[in-house]
Design a protein around this ligand. Structure first.
Ligand code: AMP
Length: 541
């Protein structure tokens, strides 16, 4: 027997309609690449998104088509999020930090039909345009005054002209909720990038879950600043959850340094923000150097790579900002788990509570997890035994875009992460499987070793990598970027591990680098370090 309730499809356009009707006066503030600040309301945004949907029709981009963007976090990019997906077209966010060859490959693989780009990417798009065979229209996200006097891009269109020529009446089409809504390629440090094609259904369900109190905990009183880019995993869903909950949105544009972010937090009264640890390090360093405090910030979401305990303590203890350490990946939309304490943790001492919060957290409803050994046998949730982390759920990838084979194993997506799960269901990521250090047949968790080093006051960044060893196969080498104006020796760092990890986990050696290699999503490129220090002679070898 079927239930008697309405079966309305879960569509992204409904978020926009809800936001316009119920939070029409709520603000969206954007720092523009043009250098100024732009503000308008959800109501005005919705009207412009309808004009844009009409413009797509004029450009002959219809349902099933793909519209690409190359843009920072700004209101025009947000309009594209809603107009493109709302019209039944797929929004393909390209990561401008990728190499031009990779961008050309991705745009070709996706068969993008139109490219909307920020003016700061004009030289990049001009260089790429001759290689983008599937793209029939290029649109600069600018008004007439900011268009270039001349450009090599054939028939370059002006975004504001396109909108001005259209009506702001448009009926959002109703279609199957499983229709594709957006597309993001994984960063792909090895091999070609792989496309993750989200659906309206997966996006809405993910937004409901990500907004929950034990997740991003969003409400209409919040002011949300996504530092995470709209070009990577839909900015962790914040463009959707903000409209779902009626929260004010603050979009920082291209200025992601500590000073610019701090100013924006204070000017706009930001209460919640999300980003990767490398961004927060810049912010914390700036605030420390200038003796600054937050007036409004209540919560910070940290993920993408492990939040070092020292960073967790800096936010929680020095700044009284609640840290949500989250775990997810492009293939999981991304939000799966967050490290919010349970009632049972209420009596914990401060340090013990921080130890729980330093884990990657427990999953929200909708996501199912388990860990397995190399033979695929499920492992115990004892908080000790590391295994391959597997996930499943309605916002987890089943198959990569245009791929014939599914990566699933027995219906589970293999994340490529190594993790333990404790009795309370808290995940602790100990490594990427390709980053594990295997010493004498046993795994050493490089993240734990990095976290210890990050607790040293002279360490700005730390990476632990495997180096070949004649007796143990592999041993850990610590690579360190020192904080400016500080000094710390190899021996001091090695001694710093005493009592903090099992003795045989202590790195065999330390090397110092001027700058850590950082990838296009803000993570350390350990593959590059492994290559660079492949022949490093360990003193123990
Ligand atoms: P991406 O698809 O680029 O977002 O990368 C996803 C990967 O980032 C995950 O599989 C993890 O290896 C890593 N990651 C994400 N969040 C965390 C976290 N909180 N701690 C450690 N690693 C993380």
């Amino acid at each position: 027997m079927l239930g008697n309730m309405m079966s309305q499809p879960l569509l992204i356009s409904s978020l926009l309609q809800h936001a316009e009707r119920h939070h029409g006066d709520q603000e969206i503030v954007s720092r523009r690449v043009e250098g100024d600040t732009h503000r308008y309301t959800f109501r005005e945004m919705a009207a412009r998104a309808r004009r844009l949907a009409n413009a797509l029709r004029t450009l002959d981009i219809g349902p099933g088509g793909i519209a690409a963007t190359l843009a920072w976090n700004g209101y025009r990019h947000l309009e594209l999020y809603y107009a493109v997906s709302g019209a039944g077209v797929v929004l393909h966010t390209l990561n401008p930090r990728l190499h031009a060859d990779q961008l050309a490959w991705i745009a070709d693989h996706a068969r993008d039909e139109v490219l909307f780009f920020d003016m700061s990417f004009l030289p990049l798009v001009e260089a790429l345009a001759p290689r983008l065979a599937s793209i029939k229209a290029f649109v600069a996200l600018a008004d007439r005054d900011h268009m270039p006097a001349s450009s090599s891009i054939p028939g370059l269109l002006c975004y504001e002209d396109l909108l001005a020529a259209e009506d702001d009446r448009y009926e959002w089409p109703v279609f199957d909720e499983n229709t594709a809504s957006s597309l993001c390629y994984t960063s792909g440090t090895t091999g070609n990038p792989k496309g993750v094609l989200y659906s309206h259904r997966s996006t809405i369900l993910h937004a409901y879950a990500a907004a929950l109190p034990d997740a991003h905990n969003l409400g209409a009183r919040d002011v949300v600043l996504p530092v995470v880019p709209l070009f990577h995993v839909n900015a962790w869903g914040l463009p959707y959850t903000s409209l779902l909950s009626g929260a004010k949105l603050v979009l920082p544009g291209a200025a992601l340094d500590g000073k610019s972010l701090y100013e924006l937090f204070e000017e706009e009264g930001v209460t919640f923000t999300c980003g990767v640890p490398t961004v927060w390090q810049g912010l914390l360093d700036h605030m420390k150097a200038q003796g600054l405090r937050f007036s409004y910030l209540q919560r910070v979401g940290i993920g993408g790579s492990a939040c070092p305990p020292a960073m967790l303590a800096a936010f929680e203890d020095e700044h009284e900002v609640d840290v949500l350490h989250g775990w997810g990946m492009t293939e999981t939309s991304p939000f799966c788990a967050g490290s919010v304490l349970k009632a049972a943790h209420a009596g914990l001492e401060h340090d013990a509570a921080l130890t729980v919060k330093a884990k990657q957290g427990r999953v929200v409803f909708g996501v199912d997890i388990r860990t397995t050994d190399d033979e695929g046998r499920e492992l115990a949730w004892d908080g000790r035994t590391p295994g391959h982390l597997m996930v499943r759920g309605p916002w987890v990838l089943e198959r990569y875009f245009r791929a014939d084979v599914s990566p699933l194993q027995d219906g589970w997506f293999p994340t490529g992460d190594i993790a333990t799960i404790d009795v309370d269901g808290y995940i602790r990521i100990t490594d990427r499987s390709k980053d594990v250090i295997k010493s004498g047949g046993e795994w050493i968790g490089s993240i734990d070793l990095e976290n210890v080093a990050m607790g040293h006051p002279a360490v700005a960044m730390a990476a632990c990598i495997a180096v070949p060893h004649p007796k143990w196969d592999e041993r850990p080498l610590l690579v360190v970027q020192r904080k400016e104006g500080t000094d710390v020796s190899r021996d001091e760092l090695i001694d710093f591990y005493a009592g903090k990890v099992t003795r045989w986990w202590t790195p065999d050696d330390v090397v110092f680098v001027d700058a850590m290699p950082i990838g296009n999503t803000g993570k350390m490129l350990k593959s590059e370090l492994r290559e660079r220090f492949r022949d490093h002679q360990l003193p123990t070898a």
